[in-house]
Design a protein around this ligand. Structure first.
Ligand code: KDG
Ligand code: MG
Length: 403
């Protein structure tokens, strides 16, 4: 079997997605997600100009050799654009192998470690009361794990609240990045009040999570983790930007609140110290950013040595294709933690027919060969790409802040 052609399909059924389609000379094809939110066209160029010409005529069964060729052979290793391109190719090759073997991807990896995959979904409110209402509603809908965010009184809505909580909202398509306002000294005392109210309202039999979104220093994160200990969070996510992996030692010294990190990581090197020093409890790498199925398998196996569990990133900008790859990995991986699932627009579900499905607080893989997700190119043609950006944040004095 040989790779006959590779297409890159860019479409925007509510938000932009970059999808790789690898077609073989025996009629089989596989698809992969290569979406980098806000930088989509950079990945398209990387694939079309530099990757695809090298792959035509190769044996699609040689997944590992192709992965190594694209990683080491590029010379310029790592980075979100390179690794999203490799991820899309890798997902598509695993899809082809599953179809050729007539087996679902989780079986190719070693079979099921669980029948269904625990998920968490998001609630974001402009006030504590609004967030509490949303959490009550999701708990009543059968969710067992819920991420709760709240805006800061007196400031415009921040990440995960207001219009920005729905990633297909027009707040992401203003032509230029929208700007959010941040104030750590207002945020730090607010969050413990939110989770005290949440625990008083819904009790302790539902997992509660919170995403700091890279905005604190280690000692501020330590303070927040200590203040949240009575409310037994499932995790505190992205407490601090993690270029300085050792910075998490400082948080770890002060708090037992579990820590999650890694949605923006793209190789094992981004988290090798965090994992090997047990500075985190959940690693958030996801198939579309961390080297596809091959990349996830390597990182999660490494993490299993250090009691670190998987927690694939899964917002709306991780396409249903990557969600499919994630859920199959989730079903196999022994050190599974949880899967994020934000849901999708109806147009996205229509563009990406998928055999995975949601059953209240869980996702099911389905038994279709490969990752079980397809792309309807006719539907994709109805939703052309439109440039969109993630917001940026500034502190109240104008200082550019991590968003
Ligand atoms: O594209 C960036 C988003 O996916 C990110 O802001 C969402 O932090 C996020 C999360 O945990 O889903
Ligand atoms: Mg996050």
């Amino acid at each position: 079997m040989k790779i006959r052609d590779i297409k890159v399909i860019v479409a925007s059924p509510g938000r932009n997605f970059v999808t790789v389609k690898i077609i073989t000379d025996e009629g089989l094809y596989g698809i992969g997600d290569a979406t980098v939110n806000g930088r989509e066209k950079a990945v398209v160029a990387y694939l079309e100009e530099h990757v695809i010409p090298c792959l035509i005529g190769r044996d699609p069964m040689q997944i590992e050799d192709i992965w190594q060729y694209l990683y080491k052979g590029a010379y310029w290793r790592r980075g979100p654009i390179t690794m999203a391109a490799i991820s899309g190719i890798d997902m598509a090759l695993w899809d082809i192998k599953g179809k050729a073997a007539n087996m679902p991807l989780y079986q190719l990896l070693g079979g099921a470690s669980r029948e269904k995959v625990l998920i968490y979904q998001h609630v974001g409110g402009l006030t504590i009361e609004e967030t509490v209402e949303g959490v009550v509603a999701l708990k009543e809908a059968g969710l067992e794990a819920i991420r709760a965010q709240v805006s800061i009184p007196g400031l415009p809505p921040i990440y995960g609240t207001g219009k920005a909580k729905d990633q297909d909202s027009d707040v992401f398509r203003q032509g230029l990045p929208t700007e959010e306002v941040w104030a750590t000294h207002k945020y730090l005392p607010l969050v413990p009040k939110l989770f005290e109210k949440l625990r008083d309202t819904v009790g302790y039999d539902v997992h509660l999570l919170h995403d700091v979104h890279h905005r604190l220093t280690p000692i501020e994160a330590a303070r927040l983790g200590k203040d949240l200990e009575p409310f037994r969070l499932f995790w505190l996510e992205d407490a601090v930007p993690a270029e300085l992996q050792e910075g998490f030692r400082l948080i770890r010294q002060h708090t037992t609140t579990p820590l999650a990190l890694g949605e923006i990581f793209n190789t094992i090197w981004d988290c090798q110290q965090l994992i090997s020093e047990q500075l985190i409890d959940y690693i958030r790498v996801t198939s579309v950013h961390a080297g596809g199925v091959t990349g996830l398998r390597r990182i999660f196996d490494f993490a299993s040595i250090y009691h670190v569990r998987s927690a694939c990133h899964g917002p709306m900008d991780v396409s249903p294709v990557a969600m499919g790859a994630n859920v199959h990995v989730d079903r196999w991986v022994p050190n599974f933690g949880i899967q994020e699932y934000s849901g999708y627009t109806e147009a996205t579900h229509e563009m990406f027919p998928h055999s995975w499905s949601q059953d209240k607080g869980y996702l099911l893989t389905g038994e279709a060969p490969g990752h079980g997700v397809d792309i309807d190119e006719k539907v994709a043609a109805k939703y052309p790409y439109e440039r969109a950006y993630l917001p940026v944040a500034r502190a109240t004095d104008g200082t550019l802040w991590s968003w």
